[in-house]
Design a protein around this ligand. Structure first.
Ligand code: S3P
Length: 439
């Protein structure tokens, strides 16, 4: 464990560039790894989670090479032609790798074993096991439907129409990936829209995919036994990584920070909307398209934030941003209330419990409920920080570590975090960028 104390650095100024989007990076490697021919990926996030996906795709037979200039070249194995992995697939901390690749294996005549770290091994997999079993896969999971698990794919698999019981892009994507090698048409019905990177990118790789709306629901139909064509992908910057700097520059007086290359897909941009509702001063500069996704540079200046009641309908579009939003709320004037956030309890950690404990230790006033937190802000006064000798528990969760690093910037005595190593799963350049912006 690598502990670290994050303290006030002075205003955040200048220009930084956030690394590639984690969700899009996983998908780029998976789909390029299935396309016959050569794809090139630039801007790929080189965090541990994405590297776990790359290692798994190599085991399935894809040829994946990184050049010194950071370009990744992939020769895919072909839908229907995956090799059986010789070893267990080590998914590390990555729920996205696990759930999406389970979908991929489910419709191939191969068996794969999935293992992960202590955090991932506690996360629910029944949400993907249920639809994949309907499609014919057989799965032997650990008690409670967790990793380690062994999945034997079905060939041919059976096409299904599956209504998502939880708003989850990972479950949606698992079923669509299984549908790629399934005869006929596989459908996913989404009562609540979630991030749509799978749909956008699969279409780019030549899959036939129809998206329609019916009675307020989104229906995604994928035509199976697809042949994916290779493609060059430019990965836009990750809004979930930018989020830490959006909040940091908003709460540290004197800040004026430009964050370049931020993906602003509407299914991901909820935090921007919520921060603006709280009074943040964030402008979009040079709006453009990168890799089929809307992108802009964000100029963020310090502002006095005001607490609000956050509309639970926005949750899916900012599901990974709540930990750092709670930090913004802790520095705002008045009360912020969040509800409808049960899903946060099954992320890399129980993020409601982890953030309630961490913020309280740093001096914030927080009430924890079954489905959200209520936070009384300081009105811009710095938090006291963690008491001498005490540190916040990261719980193998990168976003808890980075959120509390941001809290440290707005604290009197600094915030000590017990383990910063998990930051490498999604944002290996975080510590360097924080120093750069604070100078
Ligand atoms: C992701 C979907 C979300 C998100 C995760 C990445 C994805 O999970 O929390 O970090 O890439 O599809 P759920 O699908 O479980 O909501």
């Amino acid at each position: 464990m690598t502990s670290h104390t994050f303290a006030h650095l002075g205003p955040l100024r200048g220009t930084i560039r956030v690394p590639g989007d984690k969700s899009i990076s996983h998908r780029a490697l998976m789909f390029a790894g299935l396309a016959v021919g050569r794809s090139r990926i630039t801007g790929l996030l080189e965090g541990e989670d994405v590297l776990a996906t790359a290692a798994a795709m190599r085991q399935f037979g894809a040829d994946i090479i990184r050049s010194d200039d950071g370009t990744w070249t992939v020769h895919g194995a072909g839908v229907g032609s995956l090799l059986e992995p010789k070893q267990a697939l080590d998914m590390g901390n990555s729920g996205t790798s696990t759930r999406l690749l389970m979908g991929l294996v489910a419709s191939h005549a191969i068996t794969a074993t999935f293992v992960g770290d202590a955090s991932l091994s506690g996360r629910p997999m029944n949400r993907v096991i249920a639809p994949l079993a309907q499609m014919g896969a057989s799965i032997e999971a650990s008690p409670g439907g967790t990793l380690p698990l062994m999945l034997r794919g079905a060939a041919p698999a059976v096409p299904i129409a599956y209504r998502l019981p939880v708003a989850s892009a990972q479950v949606k994507s698992a079923v669509l990936l299984a549908g790629l090698n399934t005869p006929g048409i596989t459908r996913v019905i989404e009562p609540v829209p979630t991030r749509d990177h799978t749909e956008r990118m699969l279409t780019g790789f030549g899959a036939k995919l129809d998206v329609t709306q019916e009675g307020g629901e989104r229906i995604i139909a994928i035509h199976g036994e697809a042949d994916l064509k290779p493609m060059d992908v430019t990965v836009p910057g990750d809004p979930s990584s930018a989020a830490f700097f959006m909040v940091a520059a908003s709460i540290v007086p004197g800040s004026d920070l430009t964050i370049r290359n931020v993906g602003l897909n509407p299914t991901r941009a909820g935090l921007l909307e919520v921060l603006r509702q709280m009074g943040a001063n964030i402008t979009e500069v040079d709006a453009r398209e990168v890799g089929g996704e809307p992108v802009a540079d964000l100029r963020v200046r310090h502002a006095n934030l005001t607490g609000i009641d956050i509309d639970p309908a926005l949750a899916p579009s900012m599901i990974d941003e709540f930990p750092v939003l709670f930090v913004a709320a802790a520095l705002a004037s008045g009360t912020t209330r969040t509800t409808g956030l049960e899903e946060l309890r099954v992320k890399e950690s129980d993020r409601l419990a982890a953030m309630a404990a961490a913020l309280r230790l740093a001096g914030a006033r927080v009430e924890e409920h079954e489905d959200g937190l209520t936070i009384q802000g300081t009105g811009g006064e710095p938090l006291s920080g963690t008491p001498a000798g005490a540190s916040v528990a990261t719980r193998l969760d990168h976003r808890i570590a980075m959120s509390m690093a941001v809290a440290g910037l707005a604290s009197r005595h600094g915030v000590s975090v017990d383990d910063t190593a998990p930051i490498n799963t999604s944002f290996p350049t975080f510590m360097g960028l924080l120093e750069e912006a604070g100078q």
